[in-house]
Design a protein around this ligand. Structure first.
Ligand SMILES: *[C@@H]1O[C@H](CO)[C@@H](O)[C@H](O)[C@H]1NC(C)=O
Ligand SMILES: *[C@@H]1O[C@H](CO)[C@@H](O)[C@H](O)[C@H]1NC(C)=O
Ligand SMILES: *[C@@H]1O[C@H](CO)[C@@H](O)[C@H](O)[C@H]1NC(C)=O
Ligand SMILES: *[C@@H]1O[C@H](CO)[C@@H](O)[C@H](O)[C@H]1NC(C)=O
Ligand SMILES: *[C@@H]1O[C@H](CO)[C@@H](O)[C@H](O)[C@H]1NC(C)=O
Ligand SMILES: *[C@@H]1O[C@H](CO)[C@@H](O)[C@H](O)[C@H]1NC(C)=O
Ligand SMILES: *[C@@H]1O[C@H](CO)[C@@H](O)[C@H](O)[C@H]1NC(C)=O
Length: 532
């Protein structure tokens, strides 16, 4: 009761100090972080004759509300029954009031009153509460954006801050200012009724260009903290930017630079849009209609008629590109070819002609030896026989090589020429049978009507017959004899074509022959005894 009386008495002073306060002198401010304890020093000098101290708060246009009392004389403390401050207050001996668990509702003007017998001293303190919002997040992010289309990119949200923060959008670190039809920003603030905290949301509608591929979008929340303005930045978000194809490209995928008959070719068509087009039309020479296909189109085992212009376009037949393919070829024709049998002395015209997509050179091989010029025969000789190869290559086209073979066989009936001579020491005579013919003729010797062999019982001595090598259809069969009397020797040469016989009179060993020059021989003479 005492306190009340004193208060009534001092009413005029209360009014006075209140107007004093309005002038703005002696106004203190306490900044507190949400949830912390608000510490409100009284800021008044405690008078010696203090009876009691009191704390109240004031809200504009409302009667002030007392919340705490402390008697200086009785040392007792009393907290008023204000539900908002139940169990939250603590008034210390020096009249400092502590309010725990600071809330937004604590943003008020608190007044410390010190009352003496004949005076009332008052001091007001403003309480400010700060709550840092959550780190902003970009939510409801678009799966992709499209050029030329204004689309919702996402929403930036910063939750539960106080006082209300501001959101700002950034692209690659640069502030996004609203631009009509391109950058559209809508802000919205929600207050949680229970806590009084603000959740701010900013939605961004954005019309991208191709250059926004890989652009980093962020947003920040700027808020007031007890120490001043602070900013928190969100994680960055990158968006897939869809844009239409502006160019198509056709490519030939081939292992080599040049294409030849028999190769497989893959055509690849691509577009520069995002996402890239998956389907194309291929225009293939000789195909009446374009062919719908994925980006790859394969041509198997191409022929020369595949040479031409290949094109591809988008499926709506717009945006075309073309490429020219040349399929190289090389034809070789040898006439005659294969196995050819001709008679000696005959003429044989030979031709090797080529037809190719590029200049090609021809060369000839005879029995694996390079020839200087192409063969042509006006009169065939035995030495003309052999394996002829006409070969050609296209230098620029790897692996393009053709060859054909002519196997020439020159046939001839056996021809015989005979000769004889006497050895220098006069002990024997050599008779030679020069044989020409193809296939190789078989040679037989006879003497005066009988075949000469080891068992023959003629009046001659003989060495075995000797044969030279069969070269170019020619060879020599020789026989060495030492006849006791004049004798006629016959050389018989025979092949599939004919049997040819030739004879020569050889006089007795005592009569020398002088038809041919001397010739060395390793043959030793056997003397055959005449059997009676
Ligand atoms: C008042 O008392 C409190 C607790 O006893 C102390 O922390 C504070 O420093 C004192 N304030 C003044 C102004 O003396
Ligand atoms: C938010 O923006 C408003 C208006 O632009 C400005 O008055 C206020 O100070 C800003 N608040 C913060 C925390 O930056
Ligand atoms: C071409 O493709 C066919 C079938 O896929 C294959 O059999 C052939 O070996 C290929 N030819 C070449 C030259 O790669
Ligand atoms: C090309 O020639 C081959 C035979 O060499 C034939 O099968 C094919 O039909 C021809 N293609 C065109 C388009 O004329
Ligand atoms: C082929 O060779 C001839 C003569 O050597 C030359 O005149 C011509 O230009 C060549 N053609 C090509 C396609 O190289
Ligand atoms: C053997 O031939 C020679 C001539 O070469 C001749 O002079 C001689 O009379 C002939 N002898 C006999 C026995 O016929
Ligand atoms: C070989 O001798 C015979 C007689 O012995 C004779 O008739 C023949 O004409 C002679 N031949 C030659 C080519 O001299």
């Amino acid at each position: 009761m005492d306190e009340l009386l004193v208060m009534i008495r001092n009413f005029k002073y209360t009014q006075y100090s209140f107007s004093f306060f309005l002038i703005g002198l002696g106004l203190y401010t306490v900044n507190t972080v949400y949830g912390d304890t608000i510490i409100l020093p009284c800021h008044l000098e405690v008078p010696n004759d203090l009876m009691f101290g009191k704390w109240k708060y004031e809200i504009a246009n409302k009667p002030s509300e007392f919340i705490a009392f402390r008697s200086a004389t009785k040392k007792n403390i009393q907290y008023d029954d204000v539900p908002e401050y139940k169990d939250r207050l603590s008034l210390s001996e020096n009249y400092t009031l502590s309010i725990n668990n600071a809330r937004i509702g604590d943003e008020k003007k608190f007044v410390c009153m010190l009352v003496t017998e004949d005076n009332v001293f008052e001091q007001a303190t403003i309480v400010k509460v700060f709550k840092q919002p959550s780190r902003p997040e970009i939510i409801s992010q678009a799966e992709y954006l499209e050029t030329e289309q204004l689309k919702m990119l996402g929403q930036c949200i910063a939750k539960d801050g106080y006082p209300e923060g501001n959101l700002t959008w950034f692209k690659n670190g640069i502030v996004l200012q609203p631009i009509e039809g391109t950058v559209v920003i809508h802000e919205q603030t929600n207050i949680d009724q229970a806590s009084g905290l603000y959740t701010v949301i900013s939605s961004l509608e954005y019309k991208p260009t191709k250059d926004d591929t890989d652009a980093q979008f962020t947003c920040t929340v700027t808020y007031f903290a007890p120490t001043g303005q602070e900013t928190i930045r969100s994680e960055s978000a990158v968006f897939d930017i869809h844009y239409p194809t502006e160019k198509v490209k056709i490519q030939v995928l081939s292992q080599r630079n040049s294409i030849k008959e028999g190769d497989n070719i893959t055509l690849k068509c691509s577009g520069n849009g995002n996402p890239p087009p998956q389907e194309f039309l291929f225009y293939i020479p000789g195909e009446p209609e374009p062919i719908r296909s994925s980006s790859l189109y394969a041509l198997i085992d191409v022929r020369r008629n595949a040479t031409g212009e290949y094109r591809c376009s988008l499926t709506d037949e717009s945006l075309m590109d073309s490429t020219t393919i040349t399929v190289h070829y090389l034809d070789l024709s040898l006439t005659p070819s294969g196995e050819v049998i001709k008679q000696i002395g005959e003429a044989l015209p030979v031709s090797c002609t080529i037809s190719s997509s590029k200049n090609a050179t021809v060369f000839w091989l005879k029995d694996n030896t390079r020839m200087r010029s192409s063969p042509s025969f006006s009169s065939l000789q035995y030495q003309d026989a052999g394996n002829y190869i006409c070969e050609t290559t296209l230098q620029e086209v790897e692996g393009l090589k053709k060859r054909q073979i002519l196997t020439l066989i020159v046939q001839g009936k056996p021809q015989i020429k005979m000769s004889k001579r006497t050895s220098t020491d006069g002990s024997y005579k050599t008779v030679a049978c020069h044989v020409e013919g193809f296939p190789k003729p078989a040679v037989q010797w006879t003497s005066s009507g009988g075949v000469i062999n080891k068992a023959s019982n003629f009046l001659i001595a003989f060495c075995k017959t000797e044969e030279t090598k069969y070269i170019n259809g020619k060879f020599i069969s020789k026989i060495k004899i030492a006849p006791e009397e004049n004798v006629t020797l016959t050389c018989i040469a025979e092949n599939q074509l004919e049997r040819t016989v030739h004879s020569l009179n050889v006089s007795a060993i005592s009569i020398p022959e002088s038809d041919e020059p001397e010739e060395k021989s390793t043959c030793s003479i056997l003397r055959v005894e005449l059997e009676k």
